[in-house]
Design a protein around this ligand. Structure first.
Ligand SMILES: NC(=O)c1ccc[n+]([C@@H]2O[C@H](COP(=O)([O-])OP(=O)(O)OC[C@H]3O[C@@H](n4cnc5c(N)ncnc54)[C@H](OP(=O)(O)O)[C@@H]3O)[C@@H](O)[C@H]2O)c1
Length: 280
């Protein structure tokens, strides 16, 4: 049986990946407590003991606001941490699949971003994630895989957008949500399954995997409320510029899946996935 080592395996995507891969792979689930990606020595020890064939690298400092306040820490974890893993993977001849983000783009394009479009990050989280992408590609070349995704949520998440909307709606009965930030909500179980399918195709290079379609945060919130029996909650649309945050998101960062589709790997529509999430 082949072995996959998953970093960030206690996160919302990592937990789904562990479940999906366990069907066919021996899974080594790691997280901060047993494999801190900023600790090169520990990585080498764990890799030598477990000898994985594939690393799926989900671990990241995902607090975008925290990253904006402390860009050095963001680079240390998301950039340098990824470099540590890439180098250690190369030493043992393993492949590495790195999870990246739609935020590597500046959000100024009117149509969806393809895998070949040039990134131009506009916030420190995205700068650190793009640095991770570059390390994976430079160090591992054809053995490095980058999967970009967007707006991830799922049943195992502790603070994703649907949870925040439902909590805020139940608390105040009224919401203000940004209408000019556009991307695609991606259901973590669908993404995990697509990554599993992609791995079977011996991938190399950059892939975009997100549910199909796109929406604004405002439209997403409406859909969440409608499908969770909260139709009567009042939602007002606001502008990105009126929602003051440390981290500036790209306004329109829709990912189109071109490369994985050619291999027969894709995800269903975001609305269908959201319905399943809220009904189960
Ligand atoms: N969430 C999104 O909307 C989104 C969108 C696009 C791309 N992504 C990418 O998708 C991946 C998974 O995201 P997610 O939503 O599942 O995030 P998550 O729930 O925050 O999981 C991230 C995991 O990484 C771990 N981690 C943090 N620092 C670490 C370190 N130094 N060493 C080892 N593990 C560390 C965290 O552990 P602790 O809890 O112990 O810190 C956590 O379990 C990330 O690479 C993220 O950048 C996410």
């Amino acid at each position: 049986m082949k072995k996959v080592l998953i970093t960030g395996a206690n996160g919302q995507l990592g937990l789904e990946l562990v479940e999906v891969f366990e069907a066919e792979w021996e899974v080594i689930a790691t997280d901060t407590h047993n494999l801190d990606i900023t600790n090169r020595e520990q990585i080498e020890k764990v890799f030598a003991n477990t000898k994985p064939d594939l690393i799926i690298h989900c671990a990241a400092w995902t607090d975008v606001e925290g990253c904006a306040e402390n860009p050095e820490k963001a680079m240390f974890i998301n950039g340098e941490g990824t470099k540590n893993l890439a180098q250690a993977s190369k030493e043992i001849g393993a492949k590495l699949l790195y999870i990246s983000t739609n935020e590597v783009f500046d959000g100024k394009k009117n149509t969806a971003y393809e895998e070949t479009d040039k990134p131009n990050p506009i916030n420190p989280y995205a700068v650190s994630k793009l640095a991770g992408e570059k390390f994976v590609q430079e160090v591992l070349e054809k053995d490095g895989v980058v999967v970009r995704t967007s707006w991830v949520y799922g049943p195992k998440g502790k603070s994703n957008f649907p949870l925040k909307i439902i909590t805020a709606a139940d608390k105040s009965g009224e919401l203000k949500v940004v209408a000019d930030e556009i991307a695609t909500p991606t259901y973590a179980p669908d993404l995990a399954k697509a990554i599993f399918d992609l791995v079977r195709k011996n991938p190399s290079g950059i892939y975009h995997l997100a549910n199909e379609g796109f929406c604004s945060r405002f439209e997403w919130a409406i859909e969440i409320l409608k499908n969770s029996g909260r139709k009567n909650v009042k939602v007002t649309s606001i502008k990105l510029k009126d929602y003051v945050r440390q981290s500036v998101p790209p306004p329109r960062s829709i990912l189109v899946n071109k490369r994985a589709r050619k291999l027969g790997v894709g995800l269903r529509s975001w609305k269908e996935a959201l319905k399943e999430h809220l009904n189960t």
